[in-house]
Design a protein around this ligand. Structure first.
Ligand code: HEC
Ligand code: HEC
Length: 182
C-alpha cells in the first residue's frame, strides 16, 4: 500500500514540476521577443536596420586637450587629443613616439612613456631606454573616445590606492606585488 501511495505522490510532484516549468517558459516567451533580447533592439537575423551609434572624436590638438581620468589604477590612459595625420602607425613612421618618448615629452608637454614600455615584461629584461617591440603599436591599447550615450550605464567604480594613481601609472613598480619569488 505504502509503495503505491509514495509512487502516486512522486508522480503528482513530477507532473506539477513539469507543469510549472512549462508555464514559466511560456510566460518568459511572452515577456521577451527576439528583438528585445539584445542591446540593439533589432532582429537578430538581419543587419539592415542596425545603425551603430557614431560620434565625433575630440578635435583638440595635442597641447590643448585635457587628459581623461584613468579608468582604474594602471589602466592604459585614453587618448584625449585629435589624431589627424598621425595614423596609421607604420614601421617607418610612429608619430606618437615623436612626442611621447621621454626625451621629447617634456618639451612637448606630453606624458612620457612609462618605464614598463622600456622593459620586456615577459623575460624581465630592462631594455635600457629602447622601446619594447610589443609596445610599438600604441593604438592596440590606447584609444580615443567619442561622447555618445552608453547603451548600458557603467556603474564600475575604480579603487585608487593613491591620489597620484588617478592621473599617472607605476605598473612596473608594483607588477610583482603579492608574488613571492623563490
Ligand atoms: C604633437 C605631439 C603629440 C603626438 C604626435 C601625439 N601626442 Fe599624445 N599627447 C600629447 C600631449 C601634449 C598630451 C597631453 C594632453 C594635451 O596637452 O593635449 C598627450 C596625451 C596623450 C595621452 C594621455 C596621457 C595621459 O596622461 O592621460 C595618450 C594616451 C596619448 N597622448 C597617446 C598618443 C598616441 C597613441 C599617439 C599616436 C597615435 C599620440 N599620443 C600622438 C602630444 C602628442
Ligand atoms: C600592450 C598594451 C600597450 C601598448 C602597445 C602601449 N601601451 Fe602605453 N600603457 C599601457 C598600460 C597598461 C599603461 C599603464 C600601466 C603602465 O604604466 O604600464 C600605459 C601607460 C602609458 C602612458 C602613461 C604614463 C604615465 O606615466 O602615466 C603613456 C603616455 C603611454 N602609455 C603611451 C603609449 C604610447 C605612445 C605607445 C606607443 C609607442 C604605447 N603607450 C603603447 C599599455 C600599452
Amino acid at each position: 500500500m505504502h509503495a503505491i501511495r509514495e509512487t502516486t505522490i512522486a508522480l503528482f510532484c513530477a507532473v506539477l514540476i513539469i507543469g510549472l516549468a512549462s508555464v514559466g517558459s511560456a510566460a518568459d516567451n511572452k515577456a521577451k521577443s527576439e528583438e528585445e533580447i539584445g542591446i540593439r533592439h533589432e532582429t537578430l537575423y538581419d543587419e539592415k536596420a542596425v545603425k551603430p551609434a557614431h560620434g565625433e572624436y575630440g578635435k583638440a590638438d595635442p597641447g590643448s586637450s585635457k587628459p581623461i581620468g584613468r579608468a582604474f589604477e594602471n589602466s592604459p590612459p585614453l587618448i584625449p587629443h585629435d589624431l589627424t595625420g598621425m595614423l596609421p602607425i607604420a614601421q617607418s613612421n610612429n608619430s606618437c613616439m615623436g612626442c611621447h618618448m621621454p626625451a621629447a615629452a617634456e618639451a612637448m608637454g606630453a606624458t612620457a612613456l612609462p618605464t614598463s614600455h622600456f622593459f620586456d615584461i615577459k623575460t624581465g629584461k630592462d631594455l635600457k631606454g629602447e622601446l619594447d617591440g610589443k609596445r610599438f603599436d600604441c593604438m592596440q591599447c590606447h584609444v580615443p573616445q567619442v561622447n555618445i550615450p552608453e547603451p548600458i550605464r557603467n556603474t564600475f567604480k575604480a579603487d585608487f590606492r593613491t591620489k597620484k594613481a588617478k592621473t599617472s601609472s607605476n605598473l612596473l613598480e608594483n607588477l610583482n606585488e603579492g608574488v613571492k619569488a623563490d
